[in-house]
Design a binder for this molecule. Structure first.
Ligand SMILES: [Zn+2]
Ligand SMILES: [Zn+2]
Ligand SMILES: [Zn+2]
Length: 150
């Protein structure tokens, strides 16, 4: 039922830097490098993981934190919390709310992307029952992956 998000086509780098430029943000070397890393990843990455992947000497960890904060405020990345309190980021396609879920292995921390969402009906029921509008949700799944069951 769940599609592999790896099959999703991400915008290419010139398109991404163009989005930065349109919002009159400087396309600094670290920002460009961060966008390239996120494009190549199908799963959410933490600031430290992004930093570890960056070419050495490009920027320090504080720059990664600041850049991710900026990219999030611009709606270019979406932040996920996979249950350990560490912020992780995925690239957000233009016009996409990025809504999806993850299945996380509690032993090896492997992440499966779950695109399917069956919560809309529940959302509507909860909204109606409590007279709420614009109800949304965050939800991640946890378990033991096939490799860790052996
Ligand atoms: Zn596992
Ligand atoms: Zn994801
Ligand atoms: Zn959902």
């Amino acid at each position: 039922m769940s599609k592999n998000r790896q099959s999703h086509r991400h915008a290419d780098l010139p398109q991404l830097t163009e989005r930065l430029r349109r919002k009159s943000r400087k396309v600094t070397v670290p920002r460009q490098a961060i966008l390239r890393i996120l494009r190549e990843q199908a799963h959410p990455l933490s600031n430290k993981e992004i930093f570890a992947t960056l070419p050495k000497g490009d920027c320090d960890l504080a720059t990664v934190y600041r850049s991710m904060h900026l990219l999030e405020s611009m709606g270019m990345v979406k932040r996920f919390d996979l249950g350990d309190g560490v912020a992780r980021y995925e690239l957000l396609e233009e016009g996409d709310d990025g809504h999806h879920h993850h299945l996380i292995c509690v032993r090896c921390s492997g992440v499966v992307e779950i695109d399917e969402c069956s919560m809309r009906e529940l959302e509507e029921r909860i909204a109606a029952a409590n007279s709420f509008a614009a109800v949304t949700h965050k939800l991640e799944f946890f378990g033991i992956c096939p490799g860790c069951q052996r």
